[in-house]
Design a protein around this ligand. Sequence first.
Ligand SMILES: [Zn+2]
Length: 154
Amino acid sequence: MKQINKFQVKSIKKGTIIDHIPIKMGIKLLSLFELNNSSQNIIIGLNLPSVLIGYKDLIKINNTFINQDQVNQLAVYTPDATVNYIEEYKVISKITPSLPDFVKNIIICPNDNCISRSELKFSKFRIISKNKLSKYLKCIYCEREFARHLMSIK
Ligand SMILES: [Zn+2]
């Protein structure tokens, strides 16, 4: 237990900590938020032991506060993630993602014939069920509905 805390508490002076990310999602979130192109100092923890969810990923972004819209996009993948804003090594606020109305450009439409795949190279879905366990999204281009767990991330 002590070991776990030591690693996780080692903090950043100012910025964002995204915690309780399901394993294998950490890397995906980096590209989702284009953090792989960021010049900021970023610390990623993969497969860390977690009391809450068994194992988790963790991302610390120095000098950057991700905005509410980005936090909400997080909810599509990681509804149980927590986002902490840090100032002077202290948590100044904690945000739990809530599902946005629309998800833009991060999920691929499962419909092979959808114009969003062939021509637009851009996707947009409306979230039609906000139940965490059974999320359904509707493509605004082909108007088909899909269960979230059947969809892949760009
Ligand atoms: Zn579509």
